[in-house]
Design a binder for this molecule. Structure first.
Ligand SMILES: Nc1ncnc2c1ncn2[C@@H]1O[C@H](COP(=O)(O)OP(=O)(O)O)[C@@H](O)[C@H]1O
Ligand SMILES: Nc1ccn([C@@H]2O[C@H](COP(=O)(O)OP(=O)(O)O)[C@@H](O)[C@H]2O)c(=O)n1
Length: 206
């Protein structure tokens, strides 16, 4: 079974995707990490995010340690959303995601375009969302726990900017697939959100 989990920043899609993978014993891919890795490569090479050509050259995972905590920084997330508008970058990362989705037994993938572009044939699709203020609070708490000094208002501004860029780009914009189940986690704690996600997957399978 392929499970596609899409949604905006800090909606809880990664938490839900990891829990679904554990529940159904499926491998999981956080596709945002691929875009973040390209962003980090570009940053470290001193490349220009405004250049599609330079961003494409940064699609090289040979130097990337996917456990690098820098991948999770707001800087990497912001640059990732800028370079992910380029069709050439998206094309360079697509096959790796399709291969992962296509493995025997299935997989869980989370991102922005899994249900619409990468795995439109997925058996179960979730579109996870939450109010921007709730998402900013979650991301702010997460950053603070990691020892990052920031302001809630700045995190909210970044989240709104990323939502806008991800939803309005021409290539594979963030949108709910017509057959995706909407899951708003604004008023759900982690356990309730995970239980709701499992119930939706069960409904999709039935
Ligand atoms: N339902 C929830 N209630 C409260 N906090 C949550 C919930 N879901 C996720 N979180 C927390 O919010 C932060 C962002 O969640 P994450 O799953 O990484 O989101 P995304 O993958 O959409 O960016 C994490 O610190 C996570 O533990
Ligand atoms: N499948 C995907 C995944 C991420 N992305 C881009 O990569 C950025 C970082 O994604 P992420 O999932 O790691 O971000 P968070 O939701 O964890 O903050 C997003 O803002 C998108 O612009 C994408 O375009 N397509």
């Amino acid at each position: 079974m392929i499970i596609a989990v899409d949604g905006p920043a800090a909606s809880g899609k990664g938490t839900i995707a990891r829990a679904l993978a554990a529940h159904y014993r499926l491998p999981h891919m956080d596709t945002g990490l691929l875009y973040r890795a390209v962003a980090l490569n570009l940053l470290r090479w001193g490349g220009d995010p405004e250049s599609e050509f330079q961003a494409l050259r940064a699609c090289d995972f040979s130097q990337i340690d996917f456990a690098d905590p820098e991948l999770k920084s707001e800087t990497a997330g912001g640059i990732a959303s800028r370079i992910s508008v380029y069709p050439a970058v998206r094309a360079a990362l697509a096959q790796r995601q399709r291969d992962f989705a296509g493995q025997a037994g299935g997989a869980v993938l989370d991102g922005r375009d899994i249900g619409t572009v990468i795995a439109p044939h997925a058996e179960a699709k979730l579109f996870v969302t939450a109010r921007p203020e709730v998402r900013a609070r979650r991301r702010f708490d997460e950053l603070r726990q990691r020892g990052v000094t920031t302001h809630y208002e700045d995190v909210l501004i970044d989240i709104r900017a990323r939502d806008d860029r991800d939803s309005h780009r021409a290539a594979a914009p963030l949108r709910r697939a017509e057959d995706a189940h909407l899951l708003d986690t604004s008023d759900l704690d982690r356990e309730a959100a995970i239980a709701a996600a499992i119930a939706l997957v069960e409904r999709a399978r039935a």
